[in-house]
Design a protein around this ligand. Structure first.
Ligand code: LLP
Length: 420
């Protein structure tokens, strides 16, 4: 939702340089309008399908964004006790929360049971038994989804964001699905309420969904064939792609058709867990160019944001478009846009062709709303950036920039030595 207004980039109606001036850099800026519009597009694509949109907090747990998504009618998808805490703090009712994750601790399962979440997606038989015990102690029958590994290979940009292939750590192996369902149905404090899959992230081609859904629908039929009739939910995970570079955005109508067909065949309510789709395009990372240099024939711009603010380029070789906030007529260069962290792998872009950059320029790193701030770190003792929400012609700081004191807040000066 960036556009040029009076020669400078603006988020909705608010010029980005005004935000940088007031809040400093690096800073994340989010557009409310973009989140609203993505939510409405997805909701529209699923019209006619009984469905709920559970926003995947891991993409961005900012509480102002959570309140916005909740106000649109969304629920939450969480994968840790911390995310459950964030979701509840963001105003989601427990029954609007689904709890997933490959390695939930006993403490986290206790928290899920005590909160009374809508659904816990379980990833192994051992976890089913543990949850049954925890629920039994509290005399609360827990609705459970079985997360199956659909065991299909997908074609997305990076191996690290593929999750549904054979041998991946996620989910119950495909051929153990019916046995896990039998076990779930036999445990006294477990209600087998759903089946769940997540085929991967940043999926532009929809055939992975189609193949995954076909498998899950046939598994559901096999489970019903066992006389187990308690299934209510079909949780189809997240994964819808957004355009970062030249990727074609997913065909939402086709997505809707595929999901509608699965819903029709199963008669189940569909849960979706989009993260990136709802917030990626809403977010811009604002960064200032500190230095401009040349080294070994390469052109280099050093910015005040890097892998500590946005890990994706460094970790996944991900592409993020970078624009000057005040475009000027300058010669095109091929340039490395690198961060200030003491790591060669710290960069926002390598060998990027763009109009030349000078020290002092303000840059907008685009499509950074998902897995940006949520993957930020304090490496090199760098305080985390501020986060700002824009709505029309207004903006508000939603997260203050960390202070140095925050870096040592949990450290003890006087050590309390003990012996075991
Ligand atoms: N549901 C489950 C079970 C997931 O594992 C994920 C993401 C989602 C939903 C949300 O997926 P989305 O709609 O955002 O694609 N850090 C990586 C992405 C990791 C995704 C992990 N799982 C990145 O920056 O690309």
């Amino acid at each position: 939702m960036l556009r040029l207004r009076n020669g400078r980039l603006a988020c909705e109606e608010v010029p980005l340089d005004a935000i940088a001036e007031a809040v400093g850099t690096p800073a994340y800026v989010y557009s409310s309008a973009s989140v609203r519009s993505q939510f409405a597009r997805l909701d529209q694509a699923l019209s006619g399908v009984p469905h709920r949109i559970h926003y995947s907090l891991k993409a961005n747990g900012n509480s102002a964004l959570l309140r916005l998504i909740r106000s649109l009618g969304g629920g939450a998808d969480v994968v840790s006790g911390g995310e459950l805490y964030r979701a509840l703090h963001g105003g989601f009712a427990p029954e609007d929360i689904v709890f997933g994750g490959v390695g939930k601790s006993a403490r986290e399962l206790v928290e899920a049971v005590e909160a009374g979440v809508r659904l816990v997606n379980v990833e192994s038989e051992a976890e089913l038994r543990l949850l049954d015990g925890i629920a039994g102690e509290r005399r609360r029958r827990m609705p459970v989804g079985l997360r199956l590994n659909p065991e299909i290979t997908v074609d997305n940009p990076h191996a690290y964001i593929r999750t549904g292939g054979k041998g991946h750590k996620f989910g119950i192996p495909w051929d153990e699905g019916v046995a896990a369902a039998r076990l779930a149905a036999s445990l006294p404090w477990i209600e087998l309420a759903g089946l769940d899959m997540h085929v991967g992230s940043q999926l532009a081609e929809l055939d992975a969904y189609q193949r995954g859904l076909e498998r899950i629908v046939s598994l559901m039929e096999a489970i019903r064939g066992e006389g187990i009739q308690s299934l209510r939910y079909l949780d189809i995970g997240g994964g819808l792609a957004v355009p970062y570079e030249h990727e074609r955005p997913p065909d939402l109508r086709a997505y809707g058709r595929i999901v509608r067909e699965a819903a029709r065949r199963t008669g189940l309510e569909v849960l979706v867990e989009p993260g990136r789709f709802l917030v990626a395009e809403a977010g811009t990372l604002l960064t200032r160019v500190l230095y401009r240099k040349r080294s070994g024939g390469r052109e280099i711009a050093v910015t005040d944001a890097g892998m500590t603010e946005l890990l994706r380029p460094s970790h996944y070789q991900a592409y993020h478009h970078i624009d000057p906030v005040r475009p000027r007529q300058r010669a095109a260069v091929r340039i490395d846009v690198v961060g200030p962290v003491c790591e060669s792998g710290d960069f926002l872009a390598l060998d990027r062709e763009m109009p030349d950059i000078e020290a002092g320029d303000l840059l907008a790193v685009r499509t950074a709303g998902a897995y940006g701030y949520s993957m930020a770190s304090n490496y090199n003792a760098r305080p985390r950036a501020a986060e700002v929400l824009v709505d029309g012609d207004r903006y508000a700081v939603t997260t203050e920039r960390e202070e140095y004191a925050d870096l040592i807040r949990l450290e003890r000066h006087a050590l309390d030595w003990r012996t075991a």
